[in-house]
Design a protein around this ligand. Structure first.
Ligand code: TMP
Ligand code: ASP
Length: 256
């Protein structure tokens, strides 16, 4: 491994200095944590899958005009990204009650929400990422009102797109978390999607069986995390398999 300068190490990723100014290399680790590191394990193969899944989703989102930090995938575990100033707010979009929302409001997991709901959490490990309101975000200067509007609009577009993407492969997008950053170009500043989108930060349920294909398998000691992530990658069509499963979906029938 060459001696690159490490800029930041998080729970599941490392950021290294990139080859050009304004770029970084985002390295996906195999570490899985939950409840703010109170639970930790190394799950071989997770980083490779998340790198591929996140690349796939970021590229698709770019195709529909969602600006992102992603430049290109470099290898199995790494991608080249634009350096952005991360806004210290996690944006959670929910379609179905689960996790902390179910607990907080006493809603049975799996209850369809009347509409998609956006929540904000302050990125602060030492405080366990507390939920905050727009008032906190603007009062403490983490983002201004226009930036909040932009994050909400992008969050909803990402949700609409991903809901359809996953529905098409038999998966219900229950909820997900995204992060945004400020990208400075010349004298301009844009809000772009940053971090990653992978089964680590989404709830993905099989549409038929409600099987969990996401990090809840780790949070809830269910096992089979890598197998579930691999299934998501396979359905997204980004895994080349030795023994492809028989194609179950509809296929094109050519007329003569
Ligand atoms: P929650 O129900 O635990 O609040 O999680 C909502 C969504 O956000 C779920 O898809 C998991 C994701 N998430 C993260 O990506 N990182 C976090 O630190 C937390 C708490 C949730
Ligand atoms: N990402 C957080 C942690 O690593 C929480 C979670 O995803 O459940 O602790």
């Amino acid at each position: 491994m060459n001696r690159r300068r490490r800029v930041y190490e998080g729970k599941a990723k490392i950021l290294y200095e990139g080859p050009e100014p304004g770029t970084l290399i985002q390295h996906f680790k195999d570490d899985a944590t939950a409840f703010n590191k109170k639970k930790h394990d190394v799950i071989e193969g997770k980083g490779v899958l998340n790198n591929r899944i996140s690349e796939h989703i970021f590229l698709k989102l770019a195709e529909i005009g969602v600006p992102t930090h992603f430049i290109k995938r470099i290898n199995m575990r790494e991608q080249l990204i634009r350096e952005v100033e991360i806004i210290p707010v996690e944006v959670v979009v929910r379609n179905v009650a689960a996790g902390s929302l179910s607990k907080r409001l006493g809603l049975e997991e799996g209850t369809q929400l009347p509409r998609s709901i956006i929540e904000f959490y302050y990125k602060a490990d030492e405080l366990d990422d507390p939920m905050v309101s727009e008032e906190h975000i603007t009062a403490f200067g983490w983002a201004n009102p226009q930036e909040i509007d932009e994050m909400m609009a992008l969050g909803l577009r990402i949700n609409d797109f991903m809901t359809g993407l996953f529905l098409g492969i038999g998966i219900r997008l229950v909820d997900f978390k995204v992060e945004f950053g400020r990208l400075f170009e010349n004298d301009m500043m844009r809000i772009v999607l940053a971090d990653e989108i992978s089964p680590d930060c989404c709830r993905l349920w099989d549409i038929e069986s409600d099987d969990k294909l996401d990090k809840d398998r780790f949070r809830r000691d269910m096992g089979g995390l890598v197998e579930a992530y691999r299934e998501v990658a396979r359905r997204l069509g980004i895994l080349v398999e030795n023994n492809p499963a028989p194609h179950k979906g509809p296929h094109l029938v050519r007329s003569k």
